[in-house]
Design a protein around this ligand. Structure first.
Ligand SMILES: [Fe+2]
Length: 580
């Protein structure tokens, strides 16, 4: 007798705006997840504009299907993290829509929210067809003969996808959930009670009022790229004073029911001329960034306090791009009655691929569906030693195999050398957490500057530490388990001069804690470094240079290594060094 095992596969997709990504679940369990940018080298996958809405993350999908060992037709459910029907209104059943020939031909306001909405929404509605027909030729193996199946396809509300990404993989059976992003269909902030497999929405704030879009607009005013460089504004904020805090307070009105409004103002009138890209920074830009950050913290503190009262939950889950603001997260941690906070590590839009897939499985699985806590982010591609060595030989680079990877790498780091560290499955989400990292010793203060030069980054950018989980509390105030670099902590008195390179100007550090279950070799490396130096901390910054996504393949790692001035590359068991 022959038994064939039937599995249920769910493919999760984020493709609407940016940070396009895919994940695959097998019987409700995550098998693989990755962002498209890592495969295409286009940061954030694409720009969030209507003309790119049709682009699906085919490379990330292909990788997920490869891990599952299936063809796209074998997928049972496809969960897409945006629901166009929330915006189509009376056009939901139309056979045709009209597109403007140019932006001046604005469709009637009562029909559409924005001039390019007809194009934007039709490209989303037609995504099932695009998945079947639009794949690049070089990926045909897992797509050829694909059928466009609308029965398998689920358009999931964008904020439900964020909320599910925050709650379903969290360690809590019951929690309050807060989503803060630029925008979904209409929602920009939303609140839920999560319990078991369910989410009950208890409130939302809709366009045009959006904390995320306000942060993006200020990012643009400061001469950065919006929907991309918001984290640089957060770093800039530490150098400023709250000179413009009252101006932001006048713009943002927070109710006592989770609602808020944001008045649209002309920034040039309030803050003066916009900074152009590459213009030098002045104190004014530091002050604007600082004031914005403070206003965000004040506002979110009020919202979180309301949410606590409304839900009575001790646990809080966060997602949405704003939840990547680790300074704001620390303010919530330190100033609200919530006892436990869990932030989805892929809190931006890439995480909605996961949230949408988990939500569909939770809905379909009903009582049989088993939630699983997300304890790490290592869901991307990895490569075996054989494969890497073959590639190294082919490229004719000099390398040697390490006997004891952790011990020998720690020795190089203790000599103040900067290394590329490429080990295991690539991280899902925006942070490098020890699989695709650049590592260095934090003991010498000049290392921050050196790393910014090596990575061709702005001078004001801090670098972050990774610390052994069991030692975190000894080096950082009240730190224990913080594996995703999503909260800042103060460096403890008496320790600051031992790790000056990772201490930001305001005495904070955005820490990653690591235990052996999360990443054994990374943990062992820290242990060895501690043995040699007495310091259980390393600098961990992402393995990339300015404008490039984090490296994915061995080829990416070697190209980045040989075109940047860092000293060594440890790739699986192999060490590559440059001549002195
Ligand atoms: Fe979002």
């Amino acid at each position: 007798m022959c038994f064939t095992q039937e599995f249920m596969y769910t493919l999760g997709l984020n493709a609407t705006f940016h940070d396009s990504a895919a994940c695959i679940l097998k019987d409700g369990k995550l098998l693989a997840a990755a962002e498209e940018e890592r495969f295409t080298h286009i940061k954030h996958g694409k720009r969030p504009i209507p003309f790119s809405t049709y682009e699906l993350p085919f490379h990330a999908i292909d990788y997920c299907l490869k891990v599952a060992g299936i063809h796209v037709n074998d997928v049972d459910d496809i969960a897409y993290s945006f629901n166009p029907y929330k915006l189509l209104g009376k056009h939901a059943n139309d056979a045709h829509i009209s597109l403007p020939l140019k932006p001046s031909e604005i469709p009637k306001a009562e029909d559409w929210g924005a001039e390019w909405d007809p194009l934007f929404l039709s490209l989303i509605v037609n995504a099932p067809g695009q998945l079947a027909d639009g794949y690049p030729h070089h990926l045909q193996k897992r797509f050829v003969g694909a059928k466009a199946s609308t029965e398998k396809w689920h358009f999931v509300d964008h904020h439900i996808a964020h909320a599910a990404s925050a709650f379903l993989p969290s360690p809590f059976n019951k929690a309050a959930v807060m989503v803060l992003d630029g925008r979904g269909e209409k929602a920009t902030s939303s609140y839920y009670i999560g319990e078991g497999n369910n989410l009950e929405m208890i409130g939302e704030v809709c366009l045009p009022h959006s904390l995320g879009l306000l942060y993006e607009d200020v990012t643009t005013h400061l001469g950065f790229l919006h929907s991309s460089d918001e984290y640089k504004v957060m770093a800039l904020a530490s150098y400023g004073k709250p000179v413009y805090l009252d101006a932001f307070r006048q713009m943002i009105n927070v109710g006592d029911d989770g609602n808020y409004t944001i008045e649209k103002v002309d920034f040039e009138k309030v803050f003066g001329k916009k900074r152009l890209k590459d213009e030098p920074f002045t104190q004014k830009q530091f002050d604007i960034a600082h004031s914005l950050q403070k206003a965000l913290e004040e506002t979110v503190l009020k919202l979180a306090t309301w949410l606590y009262k409304e839900t009575g939950c001790e646990n809080l889950c966060l997602a949405g791009g704003v939840a990547l603001n680790c300074v704001m997260n620390a303010v919530i941690r330190d100033n609200t009655p919530f006892k436990n906070i869990w932030v989805q590590p892929a809190a931006g839009d890439s995480g909605t691929a996961l949230g949408a897939a988990l939500w569909i499985d939770a809905q379909k699985g009903k009582d049989n569906y088993q939630r699983e806590e997300m304890k790490h982010v290592y869901w991307g591609p990895d490569f075996e030693d054989d494969e890497i060595e073959q590639f190294l030989k082919w490229t004719k680079v000099r390398y040697r195999k390490l006997e004891n990877i952790a011990e020998e790498t720690a020795k190089i780091l203790a000599e103040d050398k900067v290394i590329g560290w490429y080990q295991g499955r690539m991280e899902f989400g925006p942070r490098a957490l020890g699989s695709r990292s650049i590592l260095a010793s934090p003991i010498n203060a000049s290392m921050q500057q050196r790393l910014n030069e090596i990575k061709d980054r702005e001078d004001f950018r801090p670098v972050a530490p990774v610390v052994l989980e069991e030692d975190a509390g000894e080096w950082f105030e009240n730190a224990a388990y913080s594996p995703f670099m999503l909260f800042v902590y103060n460096v403890k008195e008496g320790k600051a001069d031992k790790i000056p390179a990772v201490r930001h100007v305001d005495n904070t550090a955005r820490i990653q804690t690591v235990n052996r279950n999360q990443h054994a070799l990374y943990y062992d490396l820290l242990k060895e470094f501690k043995k040699k130096t007495g310091v259980p901390v390393l600098i961990n910054t992402s393995f990339n240079t300015r404008g490039e996504p984090i490296v994915c393949t061995p080829r990416d790692a070697i190209e980045c290594f040989w075109t940047s001035p860092f000293d060594a590359l440890v790739i699986n068991s192999f060490l590559l060094e440059k001549d002195k």
